[in-house]
Design a protein around this ligand. Structure first.
Ligand code: FAD
Ligand code: NAD
Length: 481
């Protein structure tokens, strides 16, 4: 037996590291165990988000966008460039530098907040004990008043296209390519497929996405998904819906994928690389001793209540490991909530207002309910929309695809959802999220002063349009006298 902690967090992704820092800030003696090892075999904090997810993907999205704009859009602005080339290795090195900076930042934050950082594997035993095995294989038992499980998720494998790390890769592999594949196949036209497909499409790959469902971006507001589909097709992403992949074969570095298309016909495609991104599953490998007392739900997530407490007293679980969207910010807020509840506060989290963003160009962002969800719920609602084609700022920036859509309750006028496809959609939806958190009506948002000329004015106009009061676009709805 060794030291006893108030809180032991297992996993240092955005859920775990945020929880550990908040717990330490609240005066709790806290340790965080992380098993991830970087390229030099050293322990690295930050989880999927910092090492293999949010941050590296956005670094490559930004680099590839700069290249694409330089080649395709600058001439229109009167800027002529000649012989632009891509140095993929430099692009990847820049991405790796950003990751290093941010993961190193967590180590520094742990130090300054007094979190004990332990590299190795954590396993929950009965009675809030944790078996900690360091990278040399030496184990010890750590006792804790509270244990927080935050071990995240891992990509789902499909037997018809097994990842070999060379020709058939997952999202991690797709962030490490050192050459632009001539033909890139992607199984799954979800968030990762669209983001990483965009990166390599912009750099010159011919990208084909094979999606099992018949409906594109089924979770999104239908109107936004339709607009997205149109724009992506124009960008050259070959998105094929209703495809059932039945097999794959790697020969001389090429991947042959066999699938049944939407008409049930057998088809084949040959790719230089194939990315498999068909979703992620909670990661619980070797996490729980048989007698840990923690239950899983039917999806393999750790079963928790509204406050992230498991059914074992003093054991909590947060982030991708538990129900809800697999998003970094959702996990981080759960981390804060759990740390504060352990410290005796009554913190709650509003699961109804969690923004969701796909970082393609244009970006796609949403918060709250979609139009189809509102119809299904039977709530009376009204809609306000504003297209970026009518925005002075969007025209000046030559970025006019998309629209802002705001949904409000027909009688109370309270905002129930916002859906944006267009420039800075992530930032715009965040503005509406803040308004929603304060219980804003569409009229409240319409009465605010927005700087001109900004993309944000489109949020203002969409809010005004909810009640038929938009100024810069024809109102579909008649204003109430
Ligand atoms: P993770 O980040 O997965 O961290 C879990 C950590 O636990 C890992 O470091 C793991 O090594 C460690 N661990 C596991 N088992 C043990 C053990 N037994 N002992 C010790 N340590 C252990 N989300 C967004 O919100 N925005 C985005 O833009 C975004 N982009 C993404 C892009 C990609 C390509 C991917 C793959 C994901 C993206 N996500 C994004 C999702 C986001 O990365 C996850 O939702 C988030 O990382 C989950 O956080 P977490 O802390 O729950 O788990
Ligand atoms: P996803 O759920 O977004 O998309 C997976 C897609 O694959 C779905 O459309 C699904 O219908 C399809 N699919 C499933 N099985 C298939 C099969 N056998 N053949 C063809 N298609 C199949 O999952 P993802 O893109 O792998 O991303 C995983 C998670 O990571 C996301 O759900 C999200 O929570 C998170 N993420 C978030 C962001 C972001 O916030 N910007 C970015 C990347 C990842």
């Amino acid at each position: 037996m060794s030291e006893k902690y108030d809180v032991v967090v297992i996993g240092s992704g955005p859920a775990g590291y945020v929880c550990a820092i908040r717990a330490a800030q609240l005066g709790l003696k806290t340790a965080c165990i992380e098993k991830y090892q970087g390229p030099q075999g050293k322990g690295v904090n930050g989880g999927t988000c910092l090492n293999e997810g949010c941050i590296p993907s956005k670094a490559l999205l930004d680099s590839s966008m700069k290249y694409h704009e330089t080649v395709n859009s600058l001439a229109k602005h009167g800027i002529n460039t000649r012989s632009v080339t891509v140095d993929v290795e430099q692009m990847i090195a820049r991405k790796d530098d950003i990751v290093k900076k941010l993961t190193g930042g967590i180590a520094a934050l742990f130090k300054s907040n007094g979190v004990t950082s332990l590299f190795g594997t954590g396993k929950l035993l009965a009675g809030k004990k944790v078996e900690y095995t360091d990278s040399k294989g030496k184990s010890q038992i750590i006792e804790a008043e509270n244990v927080v499980l935050a071990t995240g998720s891992a990509p789902i494998d499909i037997p018809v296209a097994e990842v070999d790390g060379k020709s058939i890769i997952d999202s991690k592999g797709a962030l490490e390519l050192t050459q632009v594949p001539k033909r890139l196949g992607i199984i799954g036209a979800g968030v990762i497929g669209l983001e990483l497909g965009s990166v390599w499409n912009r750099l010159g790959s011919e990208v084909v996405l094979l999606e099992a469902l018949d409906v594109f971006l089924a979770m999104m507001d239908k109107q936004i998904a339709r607009e997205a589909n149109k724009v992506f097709l124009e960008q050259g992403l070959d998105i094929r819906m209703g495809c059932r992949v039945t097999g794959s074969e790697v020969k001389r570095g090429k991947v042959t994928v066999t699938y049944q298309d939407a008409d049930g016909k057998e088809a084949q495609e040959i790719f230089d690389k194939l990315i498999v991104c068909v979703g992620r599953a909670p990661y619980t490998e070797n996490l729980l001793a048989e007698d840990s007392g923690v239950n899983l739900d039917e999806r393999g997530s750790i079963f928790v209540d509204d406050y992230c407490a498991t059914n074992a007293p003093g054991v909590w679980a947060i982030g991708d490991l538990v129900r809800g969207p697999m998003l970094a910010h959702k996990g981080s807020e759960e981390g804060v909530m759990v740390a504060e509840r352990i410290a005796g506060q009554l913190t709650e989290m509003n699961y109804d207002i969690i923004p969701n963003v796909i970082y393609t160009h244009p970006e796609i962002a949403s918060v709250g309910m979609t139009e189809q969800e509102l119809k299904q719920s039977g709530q009376p609602f009204k809609v306000g929309m504003f297209p970026f084609a009518a925005s002075g700022r969007a025209l000046a920036a030559d970025d006019t695809d998309g629209l802002v859509k705001i949904l409000a309750h027909e009688e109370t006028d309270r905002i129930l959802g916002a859906h944006v496809i267009g420039p800075s959609a992530a930032e715009l939806v965040q503005q509406v999220s803040i308004a929603m958190e304060f219980g804003s009506t569409a009229e409240d948002l319409g009465m605010m002063v927005f700087a001109h000329p900004t993309m944000s004015e489109s949020v203002h106009e969409a809010a005004l349009a909810v009640n038929g009061e938009a100024i810069h676009v024809a109102n579909r709805r008649k204003r109430k006298k």
